[in-house]
Design a protein around this ligand. Structure first.
Ligand code: HPA
Length: 237
C-alpha cells in the first residue's frame, strides 16, 4: 500500500527499513546515522527532518526525527506505518522525572503512555483508550538493558503531555499520585498510531531533568546517556 512520497517524507517506497528509530531532534538522527550505522544514506530531508537508512550489526535500520510533540510524531509515524511499510518505531527521547526514585540519566521504558491530549478523540471510542508499548519490543528492551548491566532503568507509565510550560501547578501532582514515572511529549500518539495500524512501538526515554528535585542534565551527561538509549534501541531493532 504505497503512496509515496508523502506530504512530509520525500523517500521512495522501500527506502526505510522495517524498524525506524525516532529521536526528536533531526541533528540527533544525523549523529546516530554517522556514529552507529554503516553505509547510511539520507532518505528524507523535508523540513530538515533528516531520515537515514543504514546497517547495524548486519541489520538494516532507519533513523528519522519525529520533531516535538504529538501532532508532529503523529504525522511521521502515521506515514511510516501506512505508506512505507515500517513495522516497528522506537522513540528515543528525553523525559522529565515525576517519580522520586528516578535519577538524572536513568532510562524509562514506557510500558504505557497516559496523555492530556485529545489525540484519541479521532477514534470515537466510548471510553478511555490505554496506549501501550509493543510487548515484544518492550521485553527485548528489558533483556538488552539487563545485558548492558550498568544502566539504571524502570518500566512503567509515561505521561505524554501537550504542554511543556504548564499553567496548572497541580497537574504534575495528580499524575504522580497515579504512579506515572516521567513526562515527555510524544509516546501516546506513537502508541495509538501503532495500535490503529496493527504495528509495534516503544518509547525509550532518558531522564534529562527532574520535576521532583529540579535537577537538570549537563550537555555531557545528555550525550553519554543518549548513547545508552541508542544502543538499547539498536540492539532490539
Ligand atoms: N516535560 C515535557 N517533556 C520533557 C520534559 C519535561 O519536563 N523533559 C524532557 N522532556
Amino acid at each position: 500500500m504505497s503512496q509515496t512520497p508523502t506530504p512530509h517524507i520525500a523517500a521512495k517506497a522501500g527506502d526505510f527499513a522495517k524498524t525506524v528509530l525516532m529521536p526528536g531532534d533531526p541533528l540527533r538522527a544525523k549523529y546516530i546515522a554517522e556514529t552507529f550505522l554503516e553505509d547510511a544514506t539520507l532518505v528524507n530531508n523535508v523540513r530538515g527532518v533528516q531520515g537515514y537508512t543504514g546497517m547495524y550489526k548486519g541489520k538494516r535500520v532507519s533513523v528519522m526525527a519525529s520533531g516535538m510533540g504529538m501532532p508532529s510524531i503523529g504525522i511521521y509515524s502515521y506515514e511510516l506505518f501506512h505508506f512505507y511499510d515500517v513495522d516497528n518505531i522506537i522513540r528515543i527521547g528525553t523525559a522529565g522525572a515525576m517519580h522520586a526514585d528516578l535519577k538524572i540519566r536513568d532510562v524509562v521504558l514506557g510500558m504505557g503512555a497516559c496523555t492530556d491530549s485529545r489525540f484519541a478523540a479521532q477514534y470515537q471510542l466510548s471510553g478511555t483508550f490505554a496506549p501501550i508499548a509493543s510487548f515484544e519490543l518492550l521485553s527485548k528492551a528489558v533483556a538488552a538493558v539487563e545485558a548492558m548491566g550498568n544502566v539504571d532503568y524502570k518500566v512503567g507509565n509515561l505521561l505524554s503531555s501537550d504542554v511543556f510550560y504548564n499553567d496548572n501547578a497541580q497537574a504534575t501532582a495528580a499524575w504522580q499520585k497515579m504512579g506515572v514515572l516521567a513526562v515527555e511529549m510524544e509516546a501516546a500518539a506513537l502508541y495509538m498510531n501503532a495500535a490503529r495500524c496493527g504495528k509495534n512501538a516503544l518509547a525509550i526515554c532518558t531522564i534529562s531533568d527532574s520535576l521532583v528535585t529540579g535537577e537538570v542534565t549537563t550537555s555531557e551527561e545528555r550525550q553519554s546517556s543518549f548513547s545508552d538509549m541508542v544502543k538499547i534501541a539498536l540492539e532490539i531493532a
